[in-house]
Design a binder for this molecule. Structure first.
Ligand code: NI
Ligand code: MN
Length: 226
């Protein structure tokens, strides 16, 4: 599995010969000006929740490549009205896809779509190709529910966790989250995009290291092999 960090909470995940883009917020991100939507060519667009910093480029990107949207039922219904086909889910559900399996799991946050529509419950994804498993937490606080993931699913090889604080957990709570999901390898996201979520990278990395955890902070466009 190959993960490319596209800035903020946006990711390209290459798994099972397919391309999954998570939470595309690329064209409004001044730090991601060197990326183009046209180059991403996703087969699937995954949306964790309805906030603008997660759905901004979803419609344009899905229409460029004919991608299928995967999210909660309410978000999928909203995008279907715009002509984007989707696969709607809710907490605890696992979908079988041509790239592997994807489970929609709990997140503690909020979820309003850009026009004020109800965006269902915010969530995260556990994506597995049978050999490797990645947990994309989405925007969330630290929750006890994270402890259920290693009990109910395959061993998690990489956890993608928000670390920017203010709108999500900060890096200290994210280190607990890594322990809750029993994963030592963490890719940080949802930091530095806006002033309220700017973090001290070295302090965050050192904090994880002090607990025996490895926090990866990629440049936008940077790649991690799982
Ligand atoms: Ni949010
Ligand atoms: Mn957000």
């Amino acid at each position: 599995m190959k993960i490319t960090f596209l800035g903020h909470a946006s990711l390209l995940i290459e798994v099972g010969g397919k391309r999954l883009v998570v939470d595309p917020f690329i064209t409004p991100n001044p730090k991601a000006k060197h990326l183009s939507l046209e180059s991403l060519k996703p087969d699937y667009v995954l949306i964790t929740h309805g906030h603008n910093d997660h759905v901004y480029d979803a419609e344009a990107l899905a229409k460029l490549s004919g991608a299928t949207l995967i999210s909660n039922y309410e978000i999928v219904s909203w995008f279907e009205q715009k002509g984007v086909p989707g696969y709607g889910m809710n907490f605890g559900g696992t979908g079988q896809f041509d790239f592997g399996t994807l489970k929609y799991v709990y997140a503690a946050h909020s979820s309003q779509l850009p026009d004020g529509s109800y965006g269902g419950n915010p969530g995260g994804f556990v994506i597995s190709d049978g050999a490797r498993t990645v947990y994309v937490a989405g925007d969330t606080s630290l929750t006890q529910e994270m402890k259920l993931l290693p009990l109910t699913g395959p061993k998690i090889d990489l956890a993608v966790l928000p670390i920017g604080d203010t709108f999500t957990m900060g890096y200290q709570d994210a280190a607990f989250a890594a322990e809750f999901v029993e994963c030592t390898q963490v890719l940080g996201c949802h930091f530095d995009t806006f002033p309220p979520i700017e973090i001290d990278h070295q302090r965050a990395v050192d904090h994880f290291a002090s607990r025996g955890l490895n926090l990866h902070l990629l440049e936008i466009g940077g790649v991690l092999e799982v």
